[in-house]
Design a protein around this ligand. Structure first.
Ligand SMILES: [Zn+2]
Length: 296
């Protein structure tokens, strides 16, 4: 688990390489022939990301004072600009649903991730290059998921090794909330359907597990449990406490957890505070045991 800190980073880089980082660039000047020194500073952040790239193009836009930049390979200009539009929409949708995004910048970088579709850092998300080269909603859904991690992991922190369901479950559910937020309820429903199918197939094979299971206890069923069952837990919570209380829960959980590290019981308390009700049974069934929960 990484605690939130302020960063002040100075790096010398060869000319011809571009640096992308979590912080804001405050200076850049040549030091010796062929070498440039750059300094980056940040507000409160959980980690510092620094990437060096060559030959990427970029497109940018501003959303409520945040500069959003999409970095993409020259061959993928159309998809790179599409990723920018998705990032703008996601930033608006999640800021409205959860609370404001506090950083001055949000950068998307097309990269070779190989084993992952995306990876999140404070202020920077990396997106696998094959998504830029294929049709379908993979790019849009992945960009929305990784941007949701700005709230769930980067701002509200948790032990990603011990309780990955907290950030991955809510980032996955955010895929549906994103489509709701952009006025595409049928695509939100399709996301939920995918989670239902994915988790119930795994459960039918006897591979259910409590959400509060560390990755070491989830060999071969990490994704169906942590992502799919995790997302469905939030949908079940929403069904049980209702629309107004669920909205209060999302905003309260973010406001209280911002810049801190939370654990499962903190999420339970935030939900109970939002609804003024007891949720021990729901929490026990989904998070602590493998009770045969009905899928929402
Ligand atoms: Zn994720």
């Amino acid at each position: 688990m990484s605690s939130t800190a302020l960063y002040d980073v100075t790096i010398d880089a060869p000319m011809g390489w571009s640096l992308i980082s979590s912080g804001a660039r405050v200076s850049a000047a040549p030091v010796v022939a062929g070498v440039r020194r750059e300094r980056f500073v940040s507000g409160p952040q959980r980690e510092f990301y620094l990437g060096a790239t060559q030959g990427l193009d970029q497109a940018s836009a501003t959303v409520d004072g945040t500069r959003v930049v999409s970095h993409y390979q020259a061959d993928d200009a159309e998809a790179g600009r599409r990723a920018l539009r998705v990032a703008e929409q996601a930033l608006r949708a999640f800021s409205a649903r959860y609370g404001p995004y506090p950083l001055a910048e949000l950068e998307l970088v097309e990269g070779a991730m190989t084993n992952f579709l995306g990876m999140e850092y404070p202020g920077v998300v990396l997106i696998e290059q094959k998504l830029y080269k294929s049709a379908g909603r993979g790019l849009e859904t992945t960009v929305a998921h990784e941007i949701a991690h700005q709230w769930w992991y980067s701002l509200v922190g948790n032990d990603a090794q011990g309780e990955p369901w907290l950030d991955e479950g809510l980032a996955s559910y955010s895929q549906a909330l994103y489509y709701e937020g952009v006025g595409a309820p049928e695509l939100a429903a399709a996301e939920l359907n995918n989670f239902r199918t994915f988790f119930s197939e795994s459960r039918q094979r006897g591979r259910d597990a409590p959400l509060a299971t560390p990755p070491s206890g989830l060999r071969g069923n990490y994704v169906p449990v942590i992502y799919a069952k995790g997302a469905l837990f939030f949908h079940s919570l929403r069904g049980q406490i209702g629309e107004a209380a669920f909205s209060r829960f999302l905003k309260g959980y973010y406001a209280d957890g911002r810049y801190r590290e939370v654990a499962g019981p903190d999420l339970l308390r935030a939900a109970e505070a939002a609804c003024g009700c007891q949720l021990d049974q729901l929490y026990a069934d989904w998070v602590l045991t493998t009770a045969p929960v009905s899928l929402p």
